[in-house]
Design a protein around this ligand. Structure first.
Ligand SMILES: [Zn+2]
Length: 135
């Protein structure tokens, strides 16, 4: 099956994250100086500006911080998915992650709802971390 949606553009900051996704490991960064856990990946810690970084594997669990239901496709390839949920999930480790909520009816999505990662392999090179309700 052909994947027609835009693919992630990998750079030096995000390479480790996307390599982790390919193996279904949700890798996020932890500052080597102040311990702040962050996402999206960045070269320096937004809290203390240190460049000392370690990658950790997040548990893949969190809760819905905010969400919206998209009824308009902003790219033609998303037309077939309408309507779908775009959400900000707060990971147990702290960072927020922009993602989709899958595996439930749209009407069931609520803020603070417990969710866990649901990997979607979109090509041989990429898997996307989406989230589904914890049953
Ligand atoms: Zn720091």
């Amino acid at each position: 099956m052909t994947y027609n949606k835009p693919l992630p553009k990998i750079n030096a900051d995000t390479k480790e994250f996307w390599n982790g996704c390919k193996q279904h490991l949700l890798k996020i960064q932890k500052c080597g100086d102040c311990g702040f856990v962050r996402y999206p990946p960045s070269f320096i810690c937004p809290r203390c500006h240190s460049t000392e970084t370690e990658w950790i594997v997040a548990a893949g669990k969190g809760s819905v911080y905010s969400f919206t239901v998209n009824h308009v496709a902003f790219h033609p390839a998303f037309q077939e998915d309408l309507p779908y949920v775009v959400a900000v999930v707060q990971l147990e480790e702290g960072p927020h992650m922009l993602t989709n909520i899958v595996g439930c009816d749209l009407s069931e999505v609520r803020c603070d709802m417990p969710v866990e990662v649901a990997w979607e392999a979109i090509t041989g090179e990429f898997s996307l971390p989406k989230f589904r309700p914890v049953l």
